[in-house]
Design a protein around this ligand. Structure first.
Ligand code: PGA
Length: 232
């Protein structure tokens, strides 16, 4: 089971170092942290698996503000998120861009967690299946032949304190797995209090944790929930 912490635009190098000093992962769970770009170098010196939050599809070029997967690999970064809903919603990333980012990262030897998820409007208008199908198919097509993971993160549950019910998560994960047979992490207001129930669902293979990954104690508690769920 994978527990990944998406730090978003929080924690510079000094705070990253302080987190790593305070956090020791429990045995029996694959822990990943995704610090902001400025803290990747510091994070990669520590003992945890480190993923970036995004990566470009070209190995180099005139792309101001972007970072190439090969450069991340050189830093000791082991993978990257792609397609986070904040990238899609706030920075205009399309399914095609997300797919290209994912494929380039995999080709450069990085791991990938590709994020998908519907907005509340899409869920309520009955378009959830269509939206997820388009997002997942674009990723699956681009990543064929590679190992990668998907994170299902309903946009209405991200940073809102509103979590999908375990059954809603299970249904969406089963749907995603019907299109791409890969591990699927759940994301959206995962907290120590709800982690165990969400992670117990048969099609939930881990979690992508935002807010609750910033504090060593709460992130540790979520990792422990994953260990309990995976121990028969
Ligand atoms: P959240 O964020 O846990 O703070 O809702 C999850 C994410 O955006 O990956």
């Amino acid at each position: 089971m994978v527990i990944a912490g998406n730090w978003k635009m929080f924690k510079g190098p000094a705070e990253t170092r302080a987190f790593l000093e305070a956090f020791e992962p429990p045995e029996g769970v694959d822990v990943v942290i995704c610090p902001p770009t400025a803290s990747l170098h510091e994070a990669a010196r520590g003992p945890l698996t480190v993923y970036a939050q995004n990566a470009h599809w070209e190995p180099e070029g005139p792309y101001t503000g972007e970072v190439a997967p090969e450069m991340l690999a050189e830093l000791g970064v082991q993978g990257t998120l792609v397609g986070h809903s904040e990238r899609r919603q706030l920075f205009g990333e399309t399914d095609e861009m997300v797919a290209r980012r994912a494929r380039a990262a995999l080709t450069a030897g990085l791991g990938v967690i590709a994020c998908v998820g519907e907005t509340l409007e899409q869920r309520e208008s009955g378009d959830m299946g269509l939206v997820l199908k388009i997002q997942v198919e674009a990723i699956a097509y681009a990543c064929e032949g590679h190992d990668y993971a998907i994170a299902y993160e309903p946009v209405w549950a991200i940073g809102t304190g509103r979590t999908a019910t375990p059954q809603q998560a299970q249904d969406a994960h089963a749907f995603v797995k019907g299109i791409a047979d890969v591990p699927v992490l759940y994301g959206g207001s995962v907290k120590p209090e709800n982690a165990e129930e969400l992670l117990s669902q048969p099609s939930v293979d881990g979690a992508l944790v935002g807010g609750a990954s910033l504090e060593p104690g709460s992130f540790h508690a979520i990792c422990e929930a994953a260990v309990r769920v995976s121990t028969p």
